[in-house]
Ligand binder design. Sequence first.
Ligand SMILES: [Zn+2]
Ligand SMILES: [Zn+2]
Length: 293
Amino acid sequence: MLEISFFGVRGSTPCSSETTMGVGGNTSCVVVEAPGHDPILLDLGTGLRYAGEEMCARTVVPSGGTALVTHLHWDHIQGLPFFTPLLRPGSAFRVVGPPQDGTLREAFEAFIRPPLFPIGLDLLPAELAFEAMDTGSFDLGGITVTVAPVPHVGATNGYRLDHAGGSVAYLPDHQQPVDMVPTDDVLELCRGVDVLIHDAQYTPEEFERKSTWGHSTPEFALRVAIEAGAERLVLFHHDPVHDDEAVYAMADQLRANAPVDGPEIIVAVEGLVLQSGSAMPLGVEDPQVAVGS
Ligand SMILES: [Zn+2]
Ligand SMILES: [Zn+2]
């Protein structure tokens, strides 16, 4: 059983206004947990700050975990120095991400340092281990992590987690191809997955104007989900210019044109919690999962 908690669902840049509060304004951060396991962080966007606050409010605060970073665009890493568990001496986190020109640690050191940030990465109390990989799989205490390259702008990974019959695939940034045919790597990563979290940033009209910016329409996300045989499709990485109404309208339009036997279509919002293997999303009103936005 995997519990999947959404703390940041926005793409590109955080946004804060009354018209986007329902969906939420923080950038990509999803936390996956299984009983008895350290948390797995899918990306480190600004939603990570709220994930850290939630963890620090627990009776037992996690002292370790693994971050699976898809790529190093700001909206996927900016929350790292605001993740309060890193401020606790003795904590140790592993960060996995795609290979860079230098080491992965050097890439993070390049943005967490003066003058871009008040302190350097080395002054964070936690021990951080960085590991570059773009393909293959490894075991995290019984959870199988699979890594595969995903077309985007620059080196980008997609991740899949399998545990006790549950599975989730995470592809927040995915360049929709001209021919709408997903790569074999992408299809294999998402094959038969219970929950597919997928880029759904642009309307078809917006995509016409931004067809090389590295993102997808909900229509392409659905195509990936259908071809891979995913049970549930979570529309993710919402464009910052889309208010709540626009995000839900895109989902409604997709549902209207989707095959009746297709995957369940879910809009990612801050505070959403999904359990893999169950179709029971808990609402944002649930006090156990509510987060600020
Ligand atoms: Zn992004
Ligand atoms: Zn990106």
